[in-house]
Design a binder for this molecule. Structure first.
Ligand SMILES: Nc1ncnc2c1ncn2[C@@H]1O[C@H](COP(=O)(O)OP(=O)(O)O)[C@@H](O)[C@H]1O
Ligand SMILES: [Mg+2]
Length: 372
């Protein structure tokens, strides 16, 4: 039976201004296009409050806790007053997404149960090139690619145009713009120079799959369940905008392209396509060690061949974004989805009997412990 009174800390890390807070002051009628969607997107604080509220609705004792870029605050929480479960919404530390995994490592070291992926899986998925190599080695299809550590590539590189150039260690469409897709060698070299000047290596050059894009959410562990997919409709983008989710399409309500891409859920797939998508999504989820929940970005290429573009452990759980839209479509409400994720973490709680009763005796230089 569910431990309804379990305590949950919704943990996040946020300092400084919230861009979406400033956007609230923008009057939509001052834009030089007619926005299709609301330009007033939820702020970070509002998102976390919504998660806490939903968990309380599911009868958990939930509260939010902001790390505020101060690891001592995390140390205090974990050592003095650990909750039954940390709902892990920390994506950055010191403004660096590479430290996301290290923060999760702290929960491990303190043996506090937490939601979502392990530090290992978080690290692998952040290295897009490595993740793709692991997928390929396990027969999970992903577009053909090269990993570059400097802005040099031979003319005969063996990949087929069009190609997309994207940073290998970023996420959330950072570095992906309408100019990321190149159709010849001259444009490829130019784009590489630009991306290398703006982002740390490595950089990926990948075959651009011209086809339908699906976001496929997966929930649970034994077995992971594939939720109804979301399909992106790019047909309203102007002709000079390749069919892709650029940074502006994804995040910038003040850019027209944000309002030109629409989604459908569930994606209209034939039985065969659906079976294939589900099989490949599950294989990718397991291969990269995802846990509790994840979102996979897939493309259907020629002959509906499925390609995994990217695996996102701990994806955005904001109400109305891909993951939650898919869960709703499957008949699982926002609060129920969050409740399930907490339950998966509760199953991993270290039983009290296995925890040391008191702190171990200090150890001397000779390695012998000292009686106090
Ligand atoms: N090989 C590719 N073929 C087609 N589109 C791609 C490809 N790689 C990336 N994209 C487009 O760029 C978007 C962002 O790329 P992705 O690999 O998902 O990185 P992230 O979301 O972490 O920035 C995708 O959602 C897709 O629209
Ligand atoms: Mg993506």
């Amino acid at each position: 039976m569910r431990d309804c009174r379990a305590s949950v800390v919704v943990l996040y890390n946020h300092v400084g201004d919230d861009e979406y807070e400033k956007m609230k002051e923008v009057d939509p009628s001052t834009l030089d296009f007619k926005p299709e969607y609301d330009i007033h997107v939820s702020t970070v604080e509002e998102e976390y409050k919504a998660v806490v509220k939903a968990l309380r609705k599911e009868n958990f004792r939930a509260r939010a806790y902001n790390l505020k870029e101060d690891i001592r605050r995390l140390h205090r929480l974990l050592s003095r007053n650990p909750p039954d479960v940390i709902f892990n919404l920390v994506e950055y530390f010191h403004d660096d997404s590479k430290l996301e995994a290290q923060v999760a490592g702290m929960y491990e070291l303190f043996r506090v149960a937490y939601t979502g992926a392990s530090p290992f899986a978080l690290n692998i998925c952040q290295r897009k090139g490595l993740a793709k190599q692991i997928l390929l080695a396990n027969d999970v299809p992903t577009p053909r690619f090269k990993i570059l550590t400097e802005p040099k590539i031979q003319k005969r590189h063996g990949l087929h145009y069009p190609l997309i150039v994207k940073p290998a260690r970023e996420d959330a469409s950072a570095g992906v713009t309408k100019d990321s897709v190149v159709y010849d060698y001259a444009a490829l070299k130019k784009r590489l120079d630009l991306v290398f000047s703006e982002f740390a290596p490595p950089i990926l050059v990948e075959e651009f799959i011209q086809g339908r894009e699906l976001h496929v959410s997966v929930l649970g562990n034994d077995p992971p369940v594939v939720l109804p997919s979301i399909e992106f409709d790019f047909s309203n983008l102007p002709s000079d905008h390749p069919h892709l989710i650029s940074y502006d399409v994804k995040w910038n309500p003040l850019d027209e392209s944000y309002h030109q891409v629409h989604t459908t859920c569930p994606a209209k797939l034939t039985k065969r396509e659906l079976k294939n998508v589900e099989k490949i999504a599950q294989a990718a989820y397991k291969t990269l060690g995802c846990r509790d929940y994840a979102r996979l970005d897939l493309r259907l290429g020629e002959h509906s061949h499925v390609y995994v573009l990217e695996v996102n452990p701990n994806p955005d759980l904001t109400e109305s974004v891909s993951f939650m839209e898919s869960a709703e479509e499957a008949g699982i409400s926002f609060s129920q989805t969050l409740g399930r994720i907490v339950e998966y973490a509760l199953e991993r709680r270290v039983p009290k009997s296995e925890e040391p009763e008191s702190a171990p005796a200090p150890v001397t230089d000779s390695g012998k412990s000292v009686k106090q």
